[in-house]
Design a binder for this molecule. Structure first.
Ligand code: VTB
Length: 336
């Protein structure tokens, strides 16, 4: 359960310190955009993110990362990151990372690849297994109205009612996967509009939790680790989310129970997935997307666009940063 909360000032300071971590991972992977090598794009993002963590004077503990220690050389679950200051007591911070969310998107140069992390006090983020999660994500108006066990049409009617519009006026994001054939058919039958995405249900979830992004909900099955990070953002944005692990084999069920999850079929809310009192969420665009611009390189550096959310310190920050590689020449630094 949630241990001692961090101080709000710590949350605010940490948020700003964590921005370079997603920025560096985004810059490194953006350099590989379009190379068609998703593993390389991911690898350089992980490397850059890990190095950037070292610059922060804190005691970070990876709770969602690249996988188990023996399979992931870096940012594995349980890895300690950061450089805790010597001689002073330092609050432990749990961290969930996805150095490159949408490896294919980056490898192909298509929209919505991001580098992302969430941080909270110890115990503030569910240690989700690397399996699938069935989810519905929507904005604050839909809190308490989403039901994973209800027919698709009913959820859509509820979302439409909460948003004071007709079902036909809704845009629902769904990952383009064969497993969603029935879901897509039911959304179509109910009359809502659909945006099929090749990858990246995490950034779609953030878009659904804010107004004006042209997305009203995300429905369907995606990664559970991405689900926890989405929940961290949703909590900061006061949005609505329900999720349930997809447990389809006895082996997986055993693994999940072994991880301390008593009821593998439990329906989680955003608060259950990210119960922390202090939450920091940071994302940086790799390729251009609905919410964030991708990394733009120019002669003497590059420019990044990040989103930073904090929960107890209620802030949504967009950060537009010019990274200068060398001292600018006589013509100065280009900023757009
Ligand atoms: C989704 C998607 C991610 O994984 O969570 C997906 O949003 C789920 O796995 O970008 P499948 O690809 O097996 O459907 C990603 O595609 C990659 O992490």
């Amino acid at each position: 359960m949630t241990e001692q909360a961090l101080l709000p000032k710590f949350e605010a300071d940490l948020a700003l310190e964590l921005v370079p971590v997603v920025e560096e991972a985004a810059i490194a992977s953006a350099r590989t955009m379009g190379e068609g090598d998703r593993d390389k794009s991911d690898r350089v993002a992980v490397q850059a993110m890990r190095q950037a963590f070292e610059q922060i004077a804190f005691a970070g503990n990876i709770v969602i990362g690249e996988g188990e220690r023996d399979k992931a050389p870096m940012l594995y679950i349980g890895e300690r990151v950061g450089t805790p200051p010597e001689g002073t007591a330092c609050a432990e911070v749990d961290i969930a990372v996805d150095p490159l969310e949408g490896t294919n998107l980056c490898a192909l140069g298509t929209p919505n690849a991001i580098s992302v992390l969430a941080a909270s006090e110890k115990g503030g983020l569910l240690h989700a297994p690397d399996c699938y999660m069935d989810k519905i994500v929507a904005g604050p108006a839909c809190r308490g109205s989403l039901d994973l066990d209800a027919p698709v049409e009913e959820n859509l009617k509820e979302i439409a009612r909460c948003l004071d519009r007709r079902v036909q006026d809704l845009v629902i994001v769904v990952l383009d996967r064969p497993r969603h054939e029935k879901l897509i058919e039911e959304i179509r039958k109910a009359g809502a509009r659909i945006r099929l995405i090749p990858d990246g249900d995490l950034s779609a979830g953030i878009a659904a939790a804010v107004r004006g992004a042209g997305v009203h909900a995300v429905m369907g099955i995606g990664g559970a680790p991405e689900g926890v990070i989405t929940a961290a953002a949703v909590r900061c944005l006061h949005g609505a989310m329900v999720g349930r692990l997809v447990v389809d084999t006895p082996e997986l069920e055993e693994r999940i129970v072994g991880m301390g999850i008593r009821d593998p079929r439990r329906v989680y809310s955003a608060r259950d997935l990210a119960p922390g009192r202090n939450i920091v969420f940071a994302a940086c665009g790799v390729t251009d997307g609905a919410l964030l611009r991708g990394v733009r390189f120019f002669g003497q550096g590059c420019r990044t666009h990040s989103l930073v959310l904090t929960m107890s310190v209620n802030k949504v920050r967009f950060m537009d940063t010019v990274h200068m590689e060398t001292p600018p020449g006589p013509r100065g630094i280009r900023i757009n």
